[in-house]
Design a protein around this ligand. Structure first.
Ligand SMILES: *Cc1c(COP(=O)(O)O)cnc(C)c1O
Length: 484
């Protein structure tokens, strides 16, 4: 018996999706790691049986039935009902015009919808660079991700719930920072470390001089130069010393009535070796001018694996009035600039109008607090992992792939910290070597797997790959092999 016309309408009502809900279950499903299928090899999503039963031919599936189809409903949650409904109407019209068979309508609707948002596509970082600025630097810990999700709605961001009065913005985050670095009297969080430098330079030295060593005129990524950034605030740069040698006497000679700030900048992406001299922070205090140490990479305390990397606790103990660093480098948190140091100095920064334009948002503050208070973040876990373990992981992966007929071998490799941290440091790591032709389809997969092409091979380095993701790497390679 042919199905009655109203059978589809008699289905249980479709779940109510709020198109504006920021984190719905359906949306999360999209970022969940499913086995990877390279682009081009994607199967057209199948519509549910109920929608496909639109017999006889030329019967156009009804709008409510199409919108209730689980695959379509998932896109409603992501894209909003209006856009999906407009697409449904367009495809129904093609069907009415005879250009499309009724049973093809659900798949045609799905195919006509825009692809998943292109910004923030997940990428497995198999480059061997622990902190890759192009890949969004540090991955957040599970605790930080949960904190972001929990603070997406309205929160107590600037409200003291005990008194009902206005409170300090991100008070919990600032307390976590002070607890993590007891040498700091106070803390402030801005959009990124560049913003921290700009805020300090503007508030303390606009229209005056900032003394900086010629050995610390650093260019960071994408052509940005920190001296230009500092000069953009209206402060005048007073360069001292030479490229290789700057002494405390050089600073002393330059400091005068017009000096607003001394900046010590970490050479975070290069080293100077040979005949060199550098003044320590402890030699720059007592000149009557505040000292800002831009540490770059965000270690809070000394890290024995990276002995040449500066840290906040040591710089403050040495007498820096302020330190600043990125939260998404070695700290392993969200993009943010952290300023720590003297309470009075930080209060003058917080009261400066520019702070209003640079302050961090509630999601960042939540993620940063959870990073500081929660379990060791992924970057620190990866840094501390034993080199032997990395080699074992690469060997296990290569073995699994070989068992599936893929030409894969495990080899030791040199990883780097990257992202403006620990220049010159080599981290003993391991890679899986595949034929070069794997690189492109792996990069096009979802999630993308990004290795590096070197020595006539596609190298997948396990350094920055979460061990829990090893099986996704294997799945991705197997999927590429299957499609060949
Ligand atoms: C990375 C870095 C910066 C820039 O930090 P962002 O958080 O990317 O703005 C500034 N100074 C130093 C020394 C750095 O290493």
């Amino acid at each position: 018996m042919p199905p009655h016309r109203d059978e589809m309408a008699a289905r249980p009502p479709a779940p109510q999706y709020d198109p504006d809900a920021p984190v719905s279950a359906a949306h999360r499903d999209h970022t969940a790691r499913e086995p990877m299928v390279p682009r081009g090899g994607e199967a057209v999503p199948t519509a549910s049986r109920a929608v496909r039963t639109g017999e006889p031919r030329r019967r156009v599936p009804r709008t409510d039935a199409l919108l209730a189809d689980p695959a379509v409903a998932a896109r409603v949650a992501e894209l909003g009902r209006d856009l999906v409904k407009a697409t449904v109407t367009r495809v129904q019209q093609r069907c009415r015009d005879g250009a499309l068979a009724p049973e093809s309508v659900p798949a045609a609707v799905l195919a006509a919808l825009p692809p998943r948002a292109a910004t923030g596509r997940p990428v497995v970082n198999a480059t061997g660079v622990l902190l890759h600025t192009n890949l969004g630097r540090a991955p957040l810990s599970a605790a930080a991700r949960a904190a972001v999700a929990a603070s997406c709605g309205t929160t107590d961001l600037e409200l003291d719930l005990d008194t009902g009065r206005r409170g300090v913005r991100g008070a919990g985050t600032l307390a976590a920072l002070r607890a993590a670095v007891p040498a700091a009297e106070a803390a402030l969080v801005v959009n990124n470390n560049a913003a921290a430098v700009v805020l300090a330079a503007t508030a303390l030295a606009a229209g005056r001089e900032i003394v900086l060593s010629r050995g610390e005129l650093v260019q960071i990524g994408d052509g940005f130069r920190l001296p230009d950034l500092i000069a953009s605030t209206g402060a005048r740069l007073r360069e001292v010393g030479t490229t290789n040698c700057t002494t405390a006497a050089d600073y002393r000679a330059a400091v005068g009535a017009d000096t607003g700030l001394i900046v010590k900048l970490h050479r975070s992406n290069f080293t100077i070796t040979g005949f060199t001299a550098e003044a320590g922070i402890d030699e720059l205090t007592g000149l009557g001018v505040p000292v800002l140490a831009d540490l770059g990479s965000g270690l809070l305390a000394p890290q024995p694996l990276l002995p040449d990397e500066p840290d906040a606790a040591t710089a403050l103990r040495d007498g820096a009035d302020l330190v600043c660093f990125s939260a998404d480098k070695l700290l392993g948190g969200p993009q943010a600039g952290v300023l720590l140091g003297r309470a009075a100095t930080l209060e003058s920064l917080r009261r400066h109008p520019l702070y209003r334009a640079l302050r961090a948002d509630k999601l960042t503050l939540a993620a940063l607090e959870a990073t500081l208070r929660g379990p060791t973040p992924p970057i620190a876990v990866a840094l501390a992992a034993a080199p032997d373990e990395r080699l074992r992981r690469a060997e296990r992966l290569a073995e699994l792939l070989r068992a599936n007929g893929i030409d894969a071998t495990a080899e030791p490799s040199d990883g780097v910290v990257g992202g403006g941290s620990a220049p010159g440091v080599r981290l003993a790591s391991a890679t899986v070597r595949l034929p070069t032709r794997y690189a492109e389809p792996l990069r096009a997969g979802d999630p993308a797997v990004l290795g590096r092409i070197a020595d006539d091979g596609c190298l997948l380095d396990v350094l920055a790959v979460d061990p829990a993701d090893d099986r996704f790497v294997a799945d991705a390679v197997l999927a590429v092999a299957r499609c060949r």
